[in-house]
Each structure stands twice: as structure tokens, then as C-alpha cells.
Design a protein around this ligand. Structure first.
Ligand code: GDP
Length: 137
């Protein structure tokens, strides 16, 4: 069983898509091991996306991520990291495959509805950034 970290981003929460996205997660065999709704501070968003600090879209991305509530998730499944990235689809919804969350729900390359860890190392860091072990069940 592997763990990954996911976010339902502000664009999806604002459009009442939490339920639809959680339904896809559960029906694809993930266990929701941790879940909280919150609104990120600038400090939290900048810390979370620190690896992207030199990218031209860093300020826009961190502002967007603080613009409204998000749902933070710890997901468990065999090969959860790859499985969740496959279910999300490509970063840019224009490149995302049919049936993926980003193809169906994302508004743009930035407002792309969900986040998913891209490696085991980042998954462990991102889970611990927002969750304590006692909040993961
Ligand atoms: P991910 O792993 O698929 O989420 O993609 P990245 O790690 O490359 O980028 C992190 C997040 O930054 C993406 O999910 C988007 O929300 C945003 N992003 C990525 N590329 C761009 C871009 O070219 N322009 C803007 N405005 N945002 C971007």
C-alpha cells in the first residue's frame, strides 16, 4: 500500500466539484486516509510550491491556491502516486486524456482542479506538510 497527497484546488471547490472528484477517487479503489478542508495562507502555499519558486508562474500559482478553500487529501492504494497522477491527467487540460479529472473539470493549465505528488519523496514531504500521523486513519 502506497500513500500519496492530493489537493482539490480552489477552482474545483468553487464549482461544487468536491463530491464528483471524491467519487472518482473512491470508485478507482483509493482509500481516503486523511481529509481536511482549509484555505491556504500565502506562507503555506509558497512553502508547499517552494520547488517552483524560480518558475515564471510561481506568484500567480500561489495566489490562485490561496484564493479560496481547498480540500487536502491523503490517498492510499497500491502504486497510489502513479495511479493518482494517471487519474488526474496531464497538467494542461488540453493535453489530458479522455476520462481524466483534468480533461473533464480543469479550466486552464493553472486552474487545473487537482494536485498530486510526483514522487515517493515528495509524497512523504507533502503529506507531512499538512497532516500529522494521528490525522491519517
Ligand atoms: P503537476 O505536477 O501536473 O501539478 O504540474 P507542475 O508540478 O509542473 O506544476 C504545478 C502546478 O503549477 C500545476 O498543477 C498548475 O496549477 C501550475 N502550472 C504549471 N504549469 C503552468 C504554467 O505554464 N502556467 C501557469 N500559470 N501555471 C502552471
Amino acid at each position: 500500500m502506497e500513500r500519496t497527497f492530493a489537493i482539490i484546488k480552489p477552482d474545483a471547490v468553487e464549482r461544487n466539484l468536491i463530491g464528483k472528484i471524491l467519487e472518482r477517487i473512491e470508485s478507482n479503489g483509493f482509500k481516503i486516509a486523511g481529509m481536511k478542508k482549509t484555505q491556504l495562507s500565502q506562507k503555506e502555499a509558497k512553502g508547499f510550491y517552494y520547488v517552483h519558486k524560480e518558475r515564471p508562474f510561481f506568484d500567480s500559482l500561489t495566489e490562485f491556491m490561496c484564493s479560496g478553500p481547498v480540500v487536502l487529501l491523503v490517498l492510499e492504494k497500491e502504486n497510489a502516486i502513479t495511479a493518482w497522477r494517471d487519474l488526474m491527467g496531464a497538467t494542461n487540460p488540453e493535453d489530458a486524456k479522455e476520462g481524466t479529472i483534468r480533461k473533464d473539470f480543469a479550466l486552464s493549465i493553472e486552474k487545473n482542479s487537482t494536485h498530486g505528488s510526483d514522487s515517493a519523496e515528495n509524497a512523504a514531504y507533502e503529506v507531512s506538510y499538512f497532516f500529522s500521523e494521528t490525522e491519517i486513519l
